[in-house]
Design a protein around this ligand. Sequence first.
Ligand code: PHE
Length: 386
Amino acid sequence: MPYTVPKLKDFSLASLNKAAEKLLAALEKEAAAAKDDASWKEFRDRWMARKDGILTSINEWLKSAPKESKRDVGQSVNQLKAAVEHTVEAAQQRLQNRAGELRLTAERVDITLPGIRRPVGAEHPVIKTINEMVSVFRNLGYSVAEGPVIESDYYNFESLNFPPNHPARDTQDTLFIARQESKPLRERLLLRTHTSPVQIRTMEKMKPPLRIVIPGTVHRNDPPDASHSPMFHQIEGLAVDTNITFSDLKGTLDHAMKMFFGSSVKTSFRPSFFPFTEPSAEMMVSCFICGGSGKRTGVGSVAGTIREEPCRPCKQTGWIEILGCGMVDPNVFGFVKDNGYDPKKVSGFAFGMGADRIAILKYGVDDIQLFFNGDVRFLRQFGASR
Ligand code: PHE
């Protein structure tokens, strides 16, 4: 039978205490029985609900008490109220502590187990190539410069000595941004076709002497195939000072190639044309795959025989074309002469190479698309072996 508040007939201290004892015993018993949030709420309401909770009912004791007992009954009722409130609260606390303990047990970790290894990504082969080449030039005292991929006609062409309508512009297969026709030609936007615009941008900001290396993304309207991609990467260089000569260009690039490909490679320069360099050259490095012989040796199909086969990367010539370069055309300095680049006082050399092509040769990759279509099976081969 659940506890109900009795009517008091006898208000002596003894019977008051007895009634209080009964009530407290019931309180403790019910408090202990509260096993979860719902049963605790039920317990709380049964004892403390304003309308017909047990606490409200014991007010009847006070009301029905004769005058001379009111003081004793009042004191007793107050103590019982405090006890009920305390017990209800304590019961809730006990439930919460228990829930916390259960959660801790459930979440307990065995710190003696080995940790979960987070896979470490790998540097993309093109980024790796760029970083290595950039550090070769940083070791020579070059700093790194960068510029926007969306470029204006002025920086991509005009200031690099490609006059409007000059046929040399046609060699760049430019991707233009649409709806630029209302702007003056030099402000029209395009995707930069080379990193050379950063030459001008940097010379506008920094006075000579200058030595910079410029890595970056470029775009051309080349349909994708095994050796072309509409997006690719270049590494550009520019050195300007008061007495830079073509020998500096050759010495610097020869050293850089030996640092990058190994000390046994040779370099060779042949005449070329770029509007922004004069004279211009193409630089070849001796084939670092066949060692310049044009032939590769492999193990023959008959045991003990050596087979000779043509070297594909250099097309059996023993040389691989690696970059375009030249002495900065005085007309280019003309566009930045107000910042200290007086073509009569300064001279310089510039070069630009395709990072993707170098990565293809270096890692023996046969399709440039593999770099960009994000197949982890390809990329994983460049990760550190674990
Ligand atoms: N910008 C040229 C290209 O993309 C390369 C180059 C850079 C040539 C600097 C000479 C000097 O083909």
